[in-house]
Design a protein around this ligand. Sequence first.
Ligand SMILES: [Zn+2]
Length: 494
Amino acid sequence: MNQKVTIFNNLTRSKLPFVPIKEGEVLFYSCGPTTYDFLHVGNARAFVVGDLINRIFKALDYKVTFARNFTDVDDKIINRANELKIDPLKHSAVYIAECEKDMDSLGMLQPDHAPKVSETMPEIIRMIEVLMEKNFAYEVDGEVFFHVPMFKDYGKLSKKKLSELEHGKRVEVDKRKKHSSDFVLWKPAKPGEPSWDSPWSKGRPGWHIECSAMIKKILGDTIDIHHGGVDLMFPHHENEIAQSEAANGRTFVNYWCHHEFLNFGSEKMSKSLGNVVTIRQFIEKFSGEVLRQLLSIVHYRTVMVWSDDAITRAINDVERIHKFMINFEKAKKENLKDDSTSEMTGKFKGIIPKMKKNLASDFNVPGAMALFFSMIRQINREFLDEQGKYEGKNKLGKEMVDVVEEVISFTKLSTGLIHDNPELILNKINEAKKNFSVVEVLFSNEEIEKLVTQRTDARNSKNWALADEIRDKLGSAGITIKDNPDGTVGWSYK
Ligand SMILES: [Zn+2]
């Protein structure tokens, strides 16, 4: 039996139980990148969220068919290739290969399908022909437009009304269009541009039609889940719906998932980070593991702020995980006894079901990771010693080791974290830290525990001012204190 999943469906703006088209299976599409240069860190959130959705369904025992496209025919690619005086498709192929290297460094699973526009031309042209036959599209001078007022459901995803859209248009509208919201399906190529034969002109497709045609070709008329950034919701996804539902006469997508913005806005960046622009640069400096952690630890529907603090927190998290991995391996050899079953083993047995419950609730990766971190904290306290001296430490029992290893494998499978060699990661982080001043002003785990205790003492002696001061100090380092109903106090990263 697959775990029941709930998803925030942007079509209805509500969290709904996920009912797949075919029991136990997921047809999943995610809009991919336009490849004309190295990708910016801003693109990485889309990849990581798409990969997480794919992984989570797999970890919950669903059979997933995942497609993510490459836009290899586009104005940006053509312009860049013209500047460099090379063939646009060759130029794009170079950056598709670079993008795939970045995805490997980020610990991504290969999608089942990675279609390219240049390889989907017959299907794109066929879909435009159908739209012409059904009067949803018209041709002017070799250019084909989708006629938006013909599609009655237009705006159902973005909740925009056609009348308001027309009213709001400020830019000069192409006089050849019948309606200001009509959009391009096919356009004639200029001399020297890549072009394909079509019934209308030697040309190339508009942007939106590629996803509709690829989805139909690979996954079918109706799919379970379509994902992309919230910035793609309008007009891109709205136009995808219009094209597909007009052409196929069927519902296009059952669940729409959009991840929120990655905000580079007002946050001041440290000098060392100001230069880090591309995914490749970030990976070279801090590792793919840190970038993945940074992007996973914020829920996909929360706006993420790209800041020194956020990066520092991710570095500390990755350090914590990988030190644990090394010490756990060491302790297994030196601090193992065969038979023991501790109370904790029983408790840890409950972790995977709890992680699954979080992941199944609108892909709550931060919730699942908090459980993993709490396990690390408890094992560090009771069983591990960084110096390798185990006097005074509890002994790891065989059963305990098995349970913890299961949790580690499940975390790897479902989150894609811990995909690189711990020693390599820690070396890289140590190097990066030398040039990264912000790390020094934040707290180690021991310091946090100490401050939390000081705050509890202050509260017990009714020194509220001091208690608040400590809480604020931890708060500014991204740490939240939680006063539990049973009187105990916990903490976590925000
Ligand atoms: Zn798309």
